[in-house]
Ligand binder design. Sequence first.
Ligand code: CO
Length: 259
Amino acid sequence: MPVTIKTPQEIEKMRESNRRLEIVHDELAKMIQPGISTLDINREGERLIRELGGVPSFLHYNGYPASICVSVNDEVVHGIPKADRILREGDIVSLDAGMIWEGYHSDAARTHAVGKVSDKAARLIRDTEECFFHGMEFARAGHYLYEISAAIGDYAEGLGYGVVRDLTGHGIGKSMHEDPVIPNYRQKRSGIRLVEGMTLAVEPMITTGTWKVRWLDDDWTVVTADHSLAAHYENTILITDGDPEILSLTKGRRHPEAG
Ligand code: CO
């Protein structure tokens, strides 16, 4: 998949797809409480996506069996929703969702606390969001892609976190995954020059321990190798000649006090 530059008409569709996905996330956030299952979240997420006129993009993608990835505690991403996986007070849970609306993809992830969580877990959630916003300082035309990567990774590593390397962000548009690949840690090269009209999914995956991950036997769920906690925060953004437009976050940050 090449790097694509979206036309104004395409940008409008990307905006609308992501605006709708933000609604899905806002609704799912209200459900998060001890006692619900990860399958309950998937069921409601899929219902909302369809109600908003979208098609769940994750469902059947490379055989993935659900519409929302629900990843708990040491699960980094791609957790498969299950009826018997019940959220408990103190857990953290990452929800990753995407939809296709009029042919254009949206992709965003949020990590939530379930009830009251440890200070360490709460800080991880906030700091992972903060990593994303550090990346945003370089997400503008004329800058280079890996400036985003370095800003994310350096901030996380400076706080002592692990930065997952085996999974990355990506370009997005008519396909969920377009070029470029967007690592979350400093690279030796500078990467492509950013151009107005690029749409990118930037998604730091941060751990309280090692950067190393492994895959569970279900071939999907990615967990930290040392079972440390992991958080994931993702938005689809539009590159402009000024500040990036965060297409999947139009109503402002959840933790504006961070940083
Ligand atoms: Co993504």
